[in-house]
Design a binder for this molecule. Structure first.
Ligand SMILES: Cc1cc2nc3c(=O)[nH]c(=O)nc-3n(C[C@H](O)[C@H](O)[C@H](O)COP(=O)(O)OP(=O)(O)OC[C@H]3O[C@@H](n4cnc5c(N)ncnc54)[C@H](O)[C@@H]3O)c2cc1C
Length: 363
């Protein structure tokens, strides 16, 4: 969950609605500058603006912090307006709607969270550890991205794994292998078209508990906490502060109110991201710890958190082993560590002295 890819150049507007300024603009020679006009990427990487996405993101983020600003400028003004309109019609239209003319004005941009490489652990058919529950797309962790992700890999996640999930679910549903064969025989792509007569899924009667109501403005508060604490450059101090602030959010959403459920789910995901980021005391792929800048071979593992168990490292995320009880845990564990609910997250595999040796409980 600690591996979050940030897109380097999202249009910075007062409303904060994300609109991506394509990386192709840098391919066309756009330069990144501080609000004062200084070009800064050459100081971070010899490839400057053409460095990979995560490198450029970190360069921008660092430049923003040094300058004390919330954006930098993407300068395309060396191209004539007609050329920009031809090459980047959507970007031009959107920028002009915001009162920015890319032919004359550098575009204000800032990095923003773009893709979560982690997610619900699945096997190669999208099956999760809960029988009958499949996950495909960005919510799933199939292991294909590793610690970083190539642009446009969503096609693989959504199309290939979506299809594999559908195959596997049909197979499981009909139980005799006929479902998949019948589907393939028709050549029709969508299971929903083919199986109108499948029995409805049993929906258990839900009992709603008194809701821990979503705090007003939770989306922007959560976004602010995550931007400050778990952005492209992370440190124990800021992650711990984020974890503390996240405690204000309800983590259980048993309420007949979609907003509360959404808030609780978002807070849980945020907490997992922060806790895993805190645990991983190294820098790798999209996860960059300023207090642990090196990549550490001992951390060449996936971290898995699971309800009722301690999180544990696995070599490959799809191996679907069973979680190890604390007694079999391969790394030193303090059994007296506090547990929040029945979840507990420990920094593994290296437990250190100091604040990071504490438990980071996850609901
Ligand atoms: C601005 C932006 C640009 C991107 N550009 C690219 C790109 O160029 N190339 C690329 O490969 N990837 C890109 N990505 C990443 C890519 O878009 C996502 O990884 C991909 O869309 C994930 O697909 P998904 O189906 O898993 O999730 P989503 O597309 O998020 O779909 C989830 C769906 O579930 C619905 N939903 C949520 N909760 C519920 C609920 N409780 N009940 C019912 N429905 C629900 C949502 O409304 C949504 O329709 C981009 C991401 C962003 C944010």
């Amino acid at each position: 969950m600690e591996f979050v890819q940030f897109h380097p150049t999202v249009l910075h507007t007062r409303e904060g609605q994300g609109f991506l300024i394509s990386e192709a603009t840098r391919g066309e020679g756009a330069t990144l500058r501080t609000p004062g006009g200084t070009r800064f990427m050459p100081a971070y990487d010899p490839r400057a603006e053409l460095a990979p996405r995560d490198v450029v993101t970190r360069g921008i983020y660092d430049a923003m912090r040094r300058e004390g600003t919330n954006h930098v400028l993407l300068d395309l003004t060396h191209h004539p307006a007609a050329y920009l309109k031809l090459r980047f019609p959507t970007i031009c239209t959107r920028c002009l709607a915001e009162g920015i003319d890319p032919a004359t004005d550098p575009i204000p941009v800032a990095p923003a969270a773009h893709y979560l490489m982690g997610g619900i652990r699945t096997d190669i058919n999208g099956a999760t550890s809960l029988a009958g529950l499949y996950a495909a797309g960005e919510c799933a962790c199939t292991g294909v991205h590793g610690a970083n992700r190539l642009a446009s890999n969503s096609l693989l996640e959504c199309l290939v794994f979506g299809r594999r999930c559908a195959d596997a679910a049909l197979e499981q549903w009909t139980g005799d292998g006929k479902g998949k064969a019948a589907w393939q025989a028709t050549g029709v792509e969508y299971a929903a078209c083919l199986y109108p007569s499948l029995p409805p899924l049993p929906v258990p009667h839900l009992t709603y508990h008194t809701p821990p109501v979503a705090p007003p403005g939770w989306r922007s508060s959560l976004a602010a906490i995550m931007s400050t604490g778990a952005g492209p450059l992370r440190s124990a101090d800021r992650l711990l502060e984020a974890l503390r602030r996240l405690e204000a959010f309800p983590m259980q959403g048993f309420a007949p109110d979609p907003e509360t459920i959404t808030a609780a789910n978002a807070a849980l995901v945020a907490r997992l991201i922060v806790a895993h980021s805190l645990a991983r005391e190294e820098s790798r792929g999209a996860h960059r710890r300023v207090d642990f800048p090196q990549t550490d071979e001992a951390w060449q593992v996936h971290l898995v958190s699971r309800r009722g168990t301690r999180p544990y490292p696995v070599a490959t995320v799809t191996e679907m082993d069973h979680p190890q009880p604390a007694t079999d845990y391969p790394y030193p564990v303090d059994h007296q560590l506090p547990v929040w609910g029945d979840w507990c997250l420990l920094p593994v595999p290296q437990l250190r002295n100091g604040p990071l040796a504490e438990a980071y409980p996850v609901p």
